[in-house]
Design a protein. Sequence first.
Length: 103
Amino acid sequence: MYCNFCGKVIQDDALVCAYCGRRVGIPVAKRRLVRPREGRKMAGVCLGFAEYLDLDVTLVRVLWLVAAFMTGIGFIAYPVAWIVMPEEPLALPAVASQTVPQH
Ligand SMILES: [Zn+2]
């Protein structure tokens, strides 16, 4: 591929241009298997998997339920995933908690 800034040929998977040092690639958001706090039905396990695998959450839930009733794996896997998967970290505004001391 070509650098958008200096136009030189750079390697296809480069994130930073080797010639001008500018960021060229869009960094792929690092996916983590977490249980999202928003939009969850139960523990957010299916939603977490859906976001991680880039699938529709309904599809994941259906597949999970099918697997649960067909094989029983889902009944075991859900609580296991619930325990193992970390909860999505709270997005707290860092500034709001800090009060400026007044004198
Ligand atoms: Zn460049």
